[in-house]
Design a binder for this molecule. Structure first.
Ligand code: PFF
Length: 464
């Protein structure tokens, strides 16, 4: 079916015609996987796994993806495709059709805002990856020790100009792609970048397999020591499941709005979640053997990729080349996510105010850049400026991950599970089997909201 005819076949799809639809279900899968696979998989997953003791954490994380992540991902894509608009517009339209309050659009609006705020600091971290490419290339990692590697990273953070330059380049690349629209921008970018990302990852895992410490990494990732589990660990796992699938930030709803009719939302969502989880685990299998082979610590936290790995790159055979490949991979992963995080706000601006895509990109780009400046400065000259006792960067991270995402996620599951009628859900989601449909619906209605509420209670400090 052509894009126009499939879009026109859907009632009230004027905006989808204006935006166009993904050319095929495979491009959607590539783009959604590009959104899901990002800094979360390659930077954050390995370090939180390291910091939380390995296997037991991985197991809980996998359970969170399966039980909460996939059903919610399906719900978001469904809302996007049924509503055929930006997250706020889509929820407003669906609420109206269901005879519910139009205020549900605020849940979509919250998601758009969440994504927008995330991008402002996500671009800064992606900028670190960018800065580390020339560093790796020029051999700056050779002979690094724990102290000198920490100092190298510290030097980068202390240099506002370099940080601004790197974050601005990342934002510029992201917005340039998004400005070119769905087909010439987003689709073209993911068609080239995603295969590149997979190839780089496989090369790195292949290299890690030659270090002699692959078995130890497998053991670290997959042998569960449950004595290391705590309530806190479970909450970190659930929070990360949200972040890594790009949930409650508008991205999946916005991408779902361009999904052709007739594509199974259940199957595509499951594929995306499998690809995302696979990349996170492979990233662990690329990183931990190198860490162990060089006698380094897996549990150092956020510095794992930017402080610990460079030490290894500096002392191992082909380390210079592997280091460059690693940071290029990290940058590509970040870029395809950044594109998706910016799409909801761009779509919202164009649809809400009827402005051109270019104007929307320039407007949101300007504000994003200013916000990213705040994050950059919080590592150096503005480190003393604090909100709720945290630096600007940390408060944005804290606000989005701990408050906005769970709140938006809760609103979304309640909307998808309780507000949308069963006939709408059944028609929209495209699960042929009655049993699986009912299981999905039940998860959305009971365990998912309960689990998210638990996260929230933890954030509020009810559990001390
Ligand atoms: N999933 C991305 C990652 O793991 O890095 C981050 C992300 C993408 C967050 C899309 C939010 C979003 F809407």
């Amino acid at each position: 079916m052509s894009q126009e005819s499939s879009a026109a076949g859907y009632a009230g799809s004027a905006s989808s015609v204006a935006h166009g639809l993904w050319s095929s279900r495979w491009v959607f899968i590539l783009a959604a996987t590009g959104s899901a696979v990002g800094l979360g998989n390659i930077w954050k997953f390995p370090y939180i796994t390291g910091a939380n003791g390995g296997g037991a954490f991985v197991l809980v994380y996998l359970a969170c993806i399966l039980v909460i992540g996939i059903p919610l991902l399906m719900a978001e894509v469904m809302i996007g495709r049924r509503g055929r608009k930006n997250p706020a517009g889509a929820m407003a339209a669906l609420a109206k059709r269901a005879g519910a309050s139009r205020h549900w659009r605020m849940v979509g609006g919250l998601a758009v805002l969440t994504g927008f705020l995330i991008l402002s600091f996500y671009a800064v971290v992606a900028g670190w990856a960018l800065a580390y490419i020339p560093a790796a290339l020029s051999g700056s990692f050779t002979g690094l020790t724990a102290e000198s590697s920490g100092a190298l990273f510290g030097e980068l953070l202390a240099d506002p100009l370099k940080l601004v330059l790197c974050a601005s380049l990342v934002l510029l690349a992201t917005l340039a792609i998004v400005a070119c629209g769905l087909h010439k921008g987003l689709e073209r970018a993911v068609r080239y970048l995603m295969p590149g990302l997979f190839i780089l990852l496989l090369i790195l895992v292949g290299y890690a397999a030659t270090t002699g410490y692959f078995g130890r990494a497998l053991e670290f990732l997959f042998v569960a020591d449950f004595s290391k589990l705590s309530g806190e660990t479970v909450l970190v796992a659930l929070g990360h499941a949200f972040f890594t699938l790009g949930l409650a930030s508008g991205a999946m709803m916005a991408y779902g709005a361009y999904l052709p009719e007739g594509t199974s939302i259940a199957k595509t969502s499951i594929l995306v979640a499998i690809a995302d989880t696979g990349v996170a685990l492979l990233a662990g299998l690329a990183i931990f053997p190198i860490v162990f082979a060089n006698g380094l610590e897996p549990g150092v936290g956020p510095g794992l990729v930017f402080v610990t790995l460079p030490i290894a790159f500096g002392q191992m055979p082909f380390g210079q080349l592997i280091g460059v490949l690693f940071f290029v991979m990290l940058l590509i992963a970040a870029l395809t996510s950044a594109i998706s995080i910016s799409e909801p706000s761009i779509a919202w601006l164009t649809e809400r105010f009827g402005i051109s895509r270019l104007k929307a990109v320039l407007t949101s780009g300007g504000v994003l850049w200013l916000l990213s400046l705040g994050s950059v400065l919080s590592f150096n000259v503005g480190a003393d400026f604090t909100l709720f006792g945290k630096t600007f960067f940390d408060s944005l991270d804290y606000l989005t991950t701990n408050w906005m995402m769970p709140l938006g996620g809760l609103g979304t599951v309640l909307f998808a599970g309780w507000v949308l009628q069963q006939t709408t859900q059944r028609e929209a989601i495209g699960i042929a089997s009655d049993r699986w449909f009912l299981i999905w619906r039940w998860v959305l209605r009971y365990p998912a909201p309960l689990a998210i509420m638990l996260v929230f209670l933890q954030v509020i400090g009810v559990f001390g």
